[in-house]
Write a protein that binds this ligand. Structure first.
Ligand SMILES: *[C@@H]1O[C@H](CO)[C@@H](O)[C@H](O)[C@H]1NC(C)=O
Ligand SMILES: *[C@@H]1O[C@H](CO)[C@@H](O)[C@H](O)[C@H]1NC(C)=O
Ligand SMILES: *[C@@H]1O[C@H](CO)[C@@H](O)[C@H](O)[C@H]1NC(C)=O
Ligand SMILES: *[C@@H]1O[C@H](CO)[C@@H](O)[C@H](O)[C@H]1NC(C)=O
Length: 223
């Protein structure tokens, strides 16, 4: 219980700080340009700001090919509220919702390509943050902070990446939902390239029609 309280205090502080960072306008001309993450394998957790873990699982990311696979792991101890297996092909503007148990899938078009592993090109640089101690070796993490508007302009995001452009944490604040994505155990390689291939049982899948007013995106999967 004590740990939980501390966690909550930390989260509250992080959220308050991020809201502040989202809303503060930069006064200086911005000499920075958003970097792009390398190929990666790691874990992603998505937590609503009400405190429930929405999803936890492994991801594989091809930074040049702009492909992302995310499979939530329901056997993880965190009580996740959803099972997800997504293959996002950002360059093609489509994605697959995969159900490997019954080998079925849905193929949909993407209306927005924003996702928590890549800093949007129009993001604003907010500064450098030293988490922990910058002077004790192994006890600190230095990150670049970026922020910008949500695609529908009804909110904003705040993103932390390491100096080597590995994503650490992204907060999304919106008028109807808010959530935090944290990235852990990153390796800068694609460990299983097959995860980025469209499963054979999905190849012939017809593209579903997007109902009027629906926005499909990686972020919308958690809203
Ligand atoms: C990233 O992964 C893709 C797909 O496996 C590969 O074609 C590409 O060469 C990799 N890029 C780097 C920099 O390793
Ligand atoms: C899910 O988690 C369990 C237990 O931590 C692990 O054994 C399993 O390999 C994971 N599955 C995937 C697809 O990540
Ligand atoms: C997991 O979440 C569900 C729905 O949110 C809830 O009914 C259930 O009691 C939770 N289980 C545990 C072990 O916390
Ligand atoms: C596969 O299972 C999911 C639920 O687990 C269900 O919604 C879907 O309709 C099933 N698809 C097929 C083709 O049976």
């Amino acid at each position: 219980m004590k740990n939980l309280t501390i966690l909550w205090r930390r989260m509250y502080a992080a959220v308050a700080l991020s809201v502040f960072m989202c809303l503060t306008a930069t006064t200086n001309a911005d000499p920075h340009h958003p970097c792009h993450a390398p190929n990666m394998t790691g874990f992603m957790s998505v937590m609503s700001l009400k405190g429930d873990t929405k999803a936890f699982g492994a991801f594989t990311y091809d930074s040049m090919g702009k492909k992302l696979r995310f499979r939530s792991n329901e056997s993880h101890p965190a009580n996740t509220s959803m099972g997800l297996d997504l293959l996002m092909l950002f360059n093609d503007g489509i994605f697959y919702e995969i159900d490997s148990r019954n080998q079925s899938c849905e193929k949909k078009s993407l209306q927005c390509t924003q996702h928590p592993l890549d800093i949007p090109d129009d993001a604003t640089f907010k500064g450098v943050k030293n988490t922990g101690s910058p002077s004790i070796k192994g006890e600190g993490l230095k990150t670049n902070e970026w922020a910008g508007s949500m695609p529908d302009m009804k909110g904003c995001y705040s993103m932390s990446v390491t100096m080597g452009c590995l994503p650490v944490c992204t907060m999304y604040f919106h008028d109807t939902y808010s959530f935090m994505v944290s990235i852990t155990e990153v390796e800068i390689q694609i460990k299983d390239p097959d995860l980025l291939l469209v499963p054979s049982y999905c190849v012939a899948q017809p593209l579903e029609e997007t109902p009027e007013g629906t926005v499909n995106s990686f972020l919308n999967e958690f809203m």
